[in-house]
Design a binder for this molecule. Structure first.
Ligand SMILES: [Zn+2]
Length: 477
């Protein structure tokens, strides 16, 4: 097994924290898992493969269904029956669990009740789709077991919560419909834009551009149809298995630090003989502005809601408005993350970056739910978006521990002083962007070579586009 070269090993030895190498790097996408399997730790292996490799991944295409009133009735009927099945099964399994009689992860235990407790539901769903619903229930309990194990071994992320699968019910106690269709019980006609459901012999028109289903090697999996009560629309989520390819060999490593002021700070290894690297900075301004805009709107609604003289009718209208605002804010944030990630990954390919190293959150504080935190700034949301976008383009992404990366000079390993305007000062007499320095430290921890100089490019991502900014201080590092 190739175990790296001299330069990389020297980096590790020179590293400011001797313990850094013992800490875990965590693969964040399929390429990173494959790389870890085939080449070993990316910090010492160099993390680059010689020839193209392939990986199968699961993707989801979402189609908006154009349901007529009859189809709406049909989806509600089937969706409600499936929700009832899930609730009854989860009720039974939760009791087993809370009474200490074990965890039932099996799909067969639900399936075996098809001629008794669930006979009506079974008839309505058909055997294939009933079996698929049982499988989904079993899978959710399996993932609960996985989380329990992770918690026991202390591998849980700060934002992960361990709860047994619950009930599909809204705040008013109404069941939330869900239609589950097995892979071999539906067909999607991409030309006519029609979804055909086998057992029920029903055709539904859809809108939306499927991204993955159109690929020649795409293999359709489970189909799930859900209702969005805010938008009052039905959506079909098709899981698709696709084969991706990664051809990146001999490329560079790059470090990424995620933050609030600078959403993304990115630094490559040296790109030329003179040891110069490239730094990309994505500003967090628009994300913040968006957040506060919606925060204000929501606060206005809350103020109106707190009026005790408010009629019940108006109250429910206002609650609906509030739900819409929350939904819109989240969508805009996700769109902004998607734009920034797509832009970053495109530049990575242009720069020849073959491995991305992403800093871990600094402690729990980063994703602690609460004001201005999980809503505006979702470390996990942005990290996952970068990992998936990079996966689509063949780039492995690893998480690297980042504690203390902002306090130490990436070049000299000594402590830096915080200066004005987000700069840090090194006792060796140079200043840097603190986020660029943090990203360089992450790069270094991932076994990358720290550039002696960097060229900084700045961008402003919004929910609709990414704009380049001309920065005067072209070389602050
Ligand atoms: Zn220094």
């Amino acid at each position: 097994m190739p175990r790296g070269n001299g330069a990389v090993r020297e980096q590790a030895v020179r590293g400011s924290e001797p313990g850094a190498l013992e800490q875990e790097v965590v693969p964040l996408n399929a390429w990173a898992r494959l790389l870890l399997e085939q080449l070993g730790d990316p910090r010492t292996s160099g993390g680059r493969w010689a020839q193209a490799v392939k990986a199968s991944v699961q993707r989801t295409d979402t189609l908006r269904l154009l349901a007529t009133p009859e189809l709406d009735d049909f989806l509600r009927r089937v969706g409600d029956a499936t929700a009832k099945l899930i609730n009854m099964e989860n009720y039974r399994r939760r009791h087993l669990f809370f009474e200490g009689r074990g965890i039932d992860c099996s799909w067969m235990s639900a399936w075996s009740r098809r001629f008794t407790d669930y006979f009506e539901i079974y008839k309505l769903l058909g055997s294939k789709n009933f079996a698929e619903a049982c499988r989904l229930i079993g899978e959710q309990w399996k993932s609960f077991v996985g989380l329990l194990r992770a918690a026991k071994e202390g591998r849980l992320e700060p934002w992960q919560k361990v709860r047994p699968p619950g009930y599909r019910k809204d705040k008013d106690g109404q069941r939330i419909p869900i239609v589950i269709v097995r892979a071999d019980n539906y067909r999607i006609d991409l030309e006519k834009r029609v979804l055909r459901l086998g057992y029920w012999n029903v055709s539904i028109q859809f809108k939306g551009k499927p991204r993955w289903l159109t690929r020649p090697e795409a293999k359709q999996g489970r189909l799930i149809i859900v209702y969005d009560p805010v938008k009052k629309r039905w959506y079909a989520r098709v899981s698709v298995e696709v084969t991706l390819e990664s051809k990146l060999g001999g490329g560079l490593k790059a470090g990424i630090d995620l933050g609030r002021e600078r959403l993304i700070a990115f630094v490559t290894e040296p790109v030329n003989e003179s040891g110069e690297g490239v730094a990309l900075l994505y500003r967090g301004g628009p994300l913040k502005a968006d957040y506060f805009y919606f925060e204000k709107k929501i606060a206005e609604v809350d103020r109106m809601l707190s009026d005790p003289r408010l009629e019940e009718v108006d109250r429910s209208v206002l609650k609906e408005v509030r739900r819409r605002l929350y939904g819109k804010r989240k969508r805009r944030r996700n769109q902004l993350f998607a734009n920034a990630a797509a832009h970053l990954v495109r530049l990575c390919l242009g720069l020849g970056v073959a491995v991305l190293l992403l800093g871990y959150p600094r402690g729990i504080a980063r994703d602690k739910p609460g004001k201005g935190n999980s809503n505006m700034w979702s470390y996990r949301g942005l990290a996952q978006r970068i990992a998936v976008t990079a996966e689509n383009r063949g780039i492995p992404v690893f998480k690297v521990p980042e504690d203390g990366t902002s306090k130490v000079c990436a070049r000299h390993g000594c402590e830096v002083q915080r200066g004005p305007r987000g700069l840090v000062r090194c006792p060796h007499g140079h200043t840097m962007h603190s986020d660029v320095n943090a990203a360089m430290n992450i790069l270094k921890r991932g076994g990358g070579k720290v550039p002696m100089r960097v060229k900084v490019l700045s961008f402003v991502p919004t929910a609709s586009k990414v704009v380049a900014v001309n920065e005067k201080s072209s070389n602050p590092a």
